[in-house]
Ligand binder design. Structure first.
Ligand code: ADP
Ligand code: ASP
Ligand code: MG
Length: 469
């Protein structure tokens, strides 16, 4: 659809009746001039609350489960009451009750079994988005906009990696066209749940935490949208996380590649996989602030016209682990150890954030998310059971006291001395550099430092590169 606008609203942009009204008016304003499809997150903190409830269920804490179910019900019923009245309220309450009831049933099932199967977790936590999409759609209808809530289960077809599923784009395109195109053509506004999907045979999945950005880009690509606007709680993509670096500034325009590198290296403002579905069709993305809609935000485009020099942003990631492997015996081929380790990581479904190696000792280390560590260690121990038992491989070393810092920018390519300046700035803060990795794209330098020095190092690099206001 050549003029379709897809708009995504994050948790804080859906966080209260007042925020939902603002989000709805942003949708309605655009809908006056072109077709609009919205994708929404759960109300802020709701996904955390859902996950917490399930953990209490697994642990057999019935009172903890009850208490959280009540909080969940109250939050949504109060919001409905603040937003709606009369017939609109009377119609939405049973719908919310039905969705909450589904969560209730799954949570109580886990309580009985003392288990939390990933597949049921995905089905359960998708209710956050189902509730918020019903609320905003009802409010829009009460204001005269023909909006309707859509469960992404019926649109986004994924593989069966529960908790971190990937879309099957051809099947998703088919469904989006069959279900949403006729409604859009009839002038209706779909409000799709972010975060969730389903396998071809209908099993519920989710796309990973923060995945609603990804849902929106999948939908934009599937419907050939003209643009995607991602509404969040900061003025756009900034030169650093403003919570860490108060002088960080908003970037007016960045490339897909830069945005993807920033997201993969920890800039929470975008889910790492958001850009991938849009690249092929060159669909432009805007990152905008629903608390300050008058400012334009950041435009993400295939290429920027200007020839910028130097980096544009610094990111960091703290919940990471550095895993090191080293052959103890020359009989063991380092390259083979590396190949088998990477295969083990793939089996564990973990993502390799950085990798460095030394040719002489044949040792190497790689950085992963702490949440993926147990699965990775298990796979590595299985893959190298014999070598570890016979001492051909030193015991696997895990260092949790580390953080990742990344400096990103198309303008870094070929700038002599940039790396030197960055390392000097970090050392001046007496922060230890543990490992360095630079991808072949040359637009990112990733540096692993001691955890305690991470924030200091981010501020020092931001300052050294003159990225602030
Ligand atoms: P949403 O709920 O709208 O998806 P998120 O909390 O996921 O919002 O992402 C927005 C947050 O990302 C901001 O509040 C900000 O603190 C954080 N952030 C981290 N790095 C950056 C960056 N480089 N630019 C802007 N925001 C960033
Ligand atoms: N609600 C989900 C989460 O908190 C998805 C999202 O907000 O993007 O992870
Ligand atoms: Mg987010």
């Amino acid at each position: 659809m050549s003029n379709l606008l897809v708009m995504k609203f994050g948790g804080t942009s859906m966080g209260s009746a007042e925020r939902i009204r603002t989000a709805a008016s942003l949708c309605a304003e655009q809908y006056r001039v072109r077709p609009v499809a919205a994708v929404v997150s759960a109300m802020s903190k709701v996904t955390d609350l859902l996950l917490e409830t399930l953990r209490h269920a697994e642990a057999g804490d019935a009172a903890g489960v009850e208490q959280r179910l009540e909080l969940l019900r109250q939050r949504h019923e109060t919001t409905a009451g603040d937003l709606l009245s009369g017939e609109f309220l009377a119609r939405i309450l049973p719908k919310l009750e039905e969705i909450l009831g589904e969560f209730d049933r799954i949570a109580r099932g886990m309580l009985m079994l003392g288990e939390r199967p990933p597949r049921s977790v995905d089905e359960a936590i998708a209710v956050g988005e189902r509730l918020s999409s019903e609320l905003i759609a009802a409010w829009l209808r009460s204001q005269g906009t023909d909006a309707f809530a859509v469960n992404a289960r019926d649109i986004i077809v994924t593989d069966s990696v529960f908790g971190n599923a990937s879309p099957l784009m051809d099947q998703t395109r088919e469904r989006a066209n069959a279900v949403l195109k006729p409604a859009l053509a009839a002038g209706r506004m779909p409000i799709m749940t972010g975060f969730n999907g389903a396998t071809l045979d209908g099993r519920a999945t989710t796309l990973g935490r923060g995945g609603s950005d990804f849902s929106a880009s999948i939908l934009a690509a599937a419907l050939d949208a003209a643009e995607l606007w991602i509404w969040t709680d900061v003025d756009g993509i900034m030169s650093a996380d403003p919570r860490l670096v108060p002088s960080a500034k908003v970037l007016t325009e960045i490339t897909y590649r830069e945005a993807a590198e920033l997201a993969y290296n920890g800039a929470k403002v975008l889910h790492p996989r958001t850009l991938a579905p849009l690249m092929e069709k060159c669909i432009p993305v805007w990152s905008k602030n629903s608390f300050n809609p008058a400012v334009p935000g950041t435009r993400i485009v295939p290429e920027t016209g200007d020839n910028r020099s130097g980096p544009c942003a610094v990111t960091s990631m703290s919940n990471v682990a550095l895993v090191s492997l080293e052959p103890a015996n020359a009989a063991l081929n380092g390259a083979k150890v590396m190949a088998r380790s990477i295969e083990a990581m793939a089996t564990a479904n973990a993502e390799l954030l950085a990798l460095t190696s030394s040719s002489y000792r044949q040792n190497f280390c790689f950085l992963i998310r702490q949440s993926e560590l147990p699965a990775v260690v298990e796979q590595l121990e299985q893959a190298f059971a014999l070598e570890l038992a016979h001492g051909y491989l030193h015991p696997i070393d895990v260092d949790l006291d580390v953080g990742l810092l990344a400096i990103v920018g198309e303008g870094m390519r070929g700038i002599a001395g940039m790396a030197g300046r960055i390392f000097t700035a970090i050392s001046r803060e007496t922060v230890n550099i543990i490992a360095i990795a630079q991808g072949s794209s040359e637009i990112t330098i990733a540096i692993v430092v001691r955890r305690a020095g991470l924030e200091k190092a981010v501020r020092a690099v931001h300052e050294e590169c003159g990225l602030g206001r």
